[in-house]
Write a protein that binds this ligand. Structure first.
Ligand code: S3P
Length: 189
């Protein structure tokens, strides 16, 4: 048979999930909950799943096993989610999920990826009251935020299908914007 007549190999379709990426304190959990209420998709928070699987909190994982071990757990979880091939989920990810190129590719295969952008000042304000983020338990969190944002912003940008600046919008406005774009994306992909 003439190979030109064979049907072309199709790229696998991205799954019908909404994946939230963004820096610590950018509102992924709150927006994940808002989307869950609006459309009923199951909410999966990768930090929570990892804590459940490890049987300990993220600060404990960082302290006892180290950051690299945590990053491996993140990759394994994305691989598992992809293997499950399930759709209609909202996947809210930890802020460092985009660090590895491998993860960036997995995230895009998992669905429509939304980067929740936020200013360093807003991030600082939102994260300063909690002590459950090991990377910000340091003498100068603002400096760490600025440095990490410089490294990660291009990674979020590269991964996301949509960027939303969350500084001046309320949860309803953000979730409406996401749903409108996701509908278009799923309708055309
Ligand atoms: C991290 C962000 C955290 C959590 C861990 C590491 C990061 O999640 O995964 O503390 O590297 O930015 P949130 O973005 O939900 O705070």
């Amino acid at each position: 048979m003439d190979s030109k007549l064979e049907s072309p190999v199709k790229e696998p379709q991205p799954l019908r999930n909404i994946v939230l990426v963004g820096f610590m304190g950018s509102g992924k959990s709150s927006i994940g909950r808002e989307l869950n209420h609006s459309i009923g998709y199951q909410l999966i928070d990768t930090d929570h799943v990892i804590e459940e699987q490890a049987g300990k909190s993220i600060p404990k994982i960082f302290a006892q096993d180290g950051e690299d071990a945590f990053r491996d757990m993140e990759t394994r979880l994305l691989e598992d989610l992809l293997l499950q091939q399930t759709s209609r989920r909202i996947i809210s990810t930890g802020g460092g999920m985009v660090n590895k190129a491998e993860n960036r590719s997995l995230l895009r295969k998992l669905g429509f990826v939304v980067w929740l952008k936020c200013s360093p000042e807003e991030i600082h304000q939102r994260t300063s009251k909690s002590n459950n983020r090991p990377l910000l338990q340091c003498a100068d969190p603002m400096q760490t935020i600025t440095k990490l944002l410089a490294v990660r912003s291009p990674q979020y940008e590269q991964t996301a299908h949509l960027e939303i600046n969350t500084n001046d919008l309320n949860l309803g406005e953000i979730s409406c914007g996401i749903l409108e774009s996701a509908r278009y994306y799923f309708g055309t992909s």
